[in-house]
Design a protein. Structure first.
Length: 148
């Protein structure tokens, strides 16, 4: 199988100009929003309705909200609001992806030129990185992941 270029990006600690320029420079064709809730007032320019408009207007970039690739409210709350341990969060989220069988519901080519979006500024403690690693493990490493 050929390599599939997939990107990830977070919007916190970034202004709109920097965020959209990173997407445009990378040649992103589709943003796959992997947040459970994509309408938070804290999201600023990354609220779903605004994001759809900006992506299309600035770069002809498609937008898709994919909660299948998001943690549940319970998993998110235990980590974020209750200041949970990253390794526990990671294990619970990996188990959730396995239960959902996301590797069967998606295909590598569906992610060609796509960018997984969530709020975390960096991929280190972020579920978007876990999604890519999980899928690469299940699919035999076809994803060439670049964190923007």
């Amino acid at each position: 199988m050929d390599k599939v270029d997939v990107f990830t990006i977070g919007f916190t600690k970034s202004n709109a100009e920097n965020f959209f320029e990173r997407l445009l420079k990378a040649g992103v064709k589709k943003v796959v929003d992997v947040r459970l809730h994509n309408t938070s007032q804290l999201a600023g320019f990354a609220k779903a309705d605004d994001l759809v408009y900006f992506l299309k207007k600035l770069g002809g970039i498609q937008y898709v909200h994919q909660p299948l690739l998001a943690p549940t409210d319970n998993i998110l709350k235990a980590y974020k609001k209750e200041k949970g341990d990253w390794s526990v969060y990671q294990g619970r989220f990996l188990d959730l992806m396995s239960e959902r069988k996301i590797e069967r519901r998606l295909k590598p080519e569906m992610l060609e030129g796509a960018c997984l979006l969530c709020s975390e500024a960096t991929p280190h403690n972020c579920h978007r990185r876990l999604v890519c690693e999980y899928l690469n493990d299940k699919w035999g490493q076809p994803l060439e992941v670049k964190h923007l």
